[in-house]
Write a protein that binds this ligand. Structure first.
Ligand code: ACO
Length: 428
C-alpha cells in the first residue's frame, strides 16, 4: 500500500500523502499543494477529484456495484423498504423493529404543509413544470421552520431532515394536483409513506382511494433505487450550498435545481420522450446512428454514466420491476419493447461497447412511472422526492465534520490581464 506519492512541481520535490478509504481508489491529498508550490490542480467536471470523504454510499463503476452503508442496492431493493433505507442512510444502520416503527411514526407526523404554503402554489402558472414548483416551494420552507434553522445543533438538523423527507411527497403531489386543477389532498398518516404519496397524487376528495399493493411496492422500490448516489451533481450542489452554513431547506432547493437538468435527473423524462419518439423497433437504427454522429447533438437518453462503465445495477432492478408491474397490472406498453430492443442493439454496437455506455437508472424508470399513471413532467419530481434522503444524509455528514470548510474551488484564469479603465467617450 503506497502512503506517499512523489511530485516534482515548481522545482520542488514533494511527498504527497495518500489517503486510503475502506474500499475503492486511494486519493492523493493535495490540500497543501498551493501553499507549497503556488500551483492549483485542474479538473473541471471533477473527473479525478474526490471532493470529500463520506461513509454513506460506495460505487464501483467498473464492476457495476452500488452499496449504501455497505449493503448492495439489489438486496435493499428486493428485501427492504424505503423507510428502512432512509433510516440506514441518515443514521448509518438498518433499524431494529422498534426503531423502524419510531422512525416511520416520526416521518408520518411531519407530512403536513403549513396552510400558508398552499397559497404559495397559487402564484405559479398552471402549466409550470413540477420541478419549478418544487424548487420554489422547498426553498420557501426555509421561511416557515425557524425552529430547525440552527445547523450547529444535531437535533435541529435531524428535525429539518425529517421534515424534508416527510414533506416531499406532499409537495410533489400538490405540484401535480395544481397542474391538473384538482384539489390538494391532505396526507393520511395511517397509510405507508408510499401509499400516502399515491393517494395524495391520484386520489380525489369525492372518492375513497384504495392503494394498490403492487403499485405501492413498485413505487417504494423506485424510491429506494433513487435514494442516494454518492457525490453526484445535485448532491455536490447541496454540499456546496450547505458548506456556507445556508439554511437546509434552501440547500435542498439548490439540489432540486441541479437535478432538473437533462444530463442528470431530467434524463428520465427525456428518455421516455425519446422512446416514444422512436415509437417502433424498426426506427431504432436511425436513432443509434444519430447518437453516434459527432455532428448531431442527439444522445441516447438514459444511456451512459460518469461513474458506471458497466451496467447500472439500478437499471437491472428497474427493468425487472417493469416486468413485474406489467404482469401484475396485466398491461403492456410498446415503448418497453422499444427500450429492450434499443438496449440490445446499443450493447452490441462497437460505439457503445468501446465507450462503455450502458443503460442507467433513468432508462427504464420512465416506462414504469408512465404505466403507474404519472405524466412525464412528474418523473424528475419523483426522483427529487426520493433523493431528498440522500441529500440530507450527505448534508448532515458534512456539517457534522469538525474539519468542514466552505467549498471554494479555484480556477485557471484565461481572461484579460490588468488594464486601465477607458472613459466612455474615449472608447472606439
Ligand atoms: N449517447 C451517445 N453518446 C454518448 C452518450 C449517450 N447517451 N453518453 C456519452 N456518450 C459519448 C460522448 O459523446 C463521448 O464521446 P467522445 O469521447 O467521442 O467525445 C463519450 O461517450 C463520453 O461522454 P461524456 O459526455 O464525456 O461523459 P460524461 O461522463 O461527461 O457524461 C452523461 C455522462 C452526462 C451521463 C452522459 O453519458 C449523457 O449525457 N447521457 C445521457 C443523459 C443521461 O442519461 N443522464 C442520466 C445520468 S444518470 C443520473 O443522473 C441519474
Amino acid at each position: 500500500m503506497t502512503d506517499t506519492v512523489k511530485l516534482n512541481a515548481a522545482d520542488k520535490d514533494l511527498d504527497l500523502k495518500v489517503l486510503h478509504g475502506s474500499v475503492g481508489p486511494d486519493v492523493i491529498d493535495i490540500r497543501k499543494l498551493y501553499a507549497q508550490t503556488g500551483m492549483f490542480t485542474y479538473d473541471p467536471g471533477f473527473t479525478s477529484t474526490a471532493s470529500c470523504d463520506s461513509a454513506i454510499t460506495y460505487i464501483d463503476g467498473d464492476e457495476g456495484v452500488l452499496l449504501h452503508r455497505g449493503y448492495p442496492i439489489g438486496q435493499l431493493a428486493e428485501q427492504s423498504s424505503f423507510m428502512e433505507v432512509c433510516h440506514l442512510l441518515l443514521n448509518g444502520e438498518l433499524p431494529t423493529k422498534d426503531e423502524l416503527d419510531k422512525f416511520t411514526y416520526t416521518i408520518s407526523r411531519h407530512t403536513m404543509l403549513h396552510e400558508q404554503l398552499a397559497t404559495f402554489y397559487r402564484g405559479f402558472r398552471r402549466d409550470a413544470h413540477p420541478m419549478a414548483i418544487m424548487c420554489g416551494v422547498v426553498g420557501a420552507l426555509s421561511a416557515f421552520y425557524q425552529d430547525s434553522a440552527d445547523i450547529t445543533d444535531p437535533q435541529q438538523r435531524m428535525i429539518a431532515s425529517h421534515r424534508l423527507i416527510a414533506k416531499m411527497p406532499t409537495i410533489a403531489a400538490m405540484a401535480y394536483k395544481y397542474s391538473i386543477g384538482q384539489p390538494f389532498m391532505h396526507p393520511k398518516n395511517e397509510l405507508s409513506y408510499t401509499g400516502n404519496f399515491l393517494r395524495m397524487t391520484f386520489g380525489v376528495p369525492a372518492e375513497e382511494y384504495v392503494v394498490d399493493p403492487v403499485i405501492e411496492k413498485a413505487m417504494d422500490r423506485i424510491f429506494i433505487l433513487h435514494a442516494d448516489h454518492e457525490q453526484n451533481a445535485s448532491t455536490s450542489t447541496v454540499r456546496l450550498a450547505g458548506s456556507s452554513g445556508a439554511n437546509p431547506f434552501a440547500c435542498i432547493a439548490a439540489g432540486i435545481a441541479c437535478l432538473w437538468g437533462p444530463a442528470h435527473g431530467g434524463a428520465n423524462e427525456a428518455a421516455l420522450n425519446m422512446l416514444r419518439e422512436i415509437g417502433t423497433v424498426d426506427r431504432i437504427p436511425e436513432y443509434i446512428a444519430r447518437a453516434k454522429d459527432k455532428n448531431d447533438p442527439f444522445r441516447l437518453m438514459g444511456f451512459g454514466h460518469r461513474v458506471y462503465k458497466n451496467y447500472d445495477p439500478r437499471a437491472t432492478v428497474m427493468q425487472q420491476t417493469v416486468r413485474e408491474v406489467f404482469a401484475a397490472m396485466k398491461v403492456s406498453d410498446p415503448v418497453f419493447d422499444v427500450a429492450l430492443k434499443l438496449e440490445e442493439m446499443a450493447l452490441s454496437d462497437p460505439y457503445f461497447i468501446e465507450k462503455k455506455l450502458f443503460p442507467n437508472v433513468d432508462f427504464y424508470s420512465g416506462v414504469i412511472l408512465s404505466a403507474i399513471g404519472f405524466p412525464t413532467t412528474m418523473f424528475t419530481a419523483l426522483f427529487a422526492l426520493a433523493r431528498t434522503v440522500g441529500w440530507v444524509a450527505q448534508w448532515n455528514e458534512m456539517i457534522a465534520d469538525p474539519e468542514q470548510k466552505i467549498g471554494r474551488p479555484r480556477q485557471l484564469y484565461t481572461g484579460p490581464t490588468q488594464r486601465d479603465y477607458v472613459a466612455l467617450d474615449a472608447r472606439s
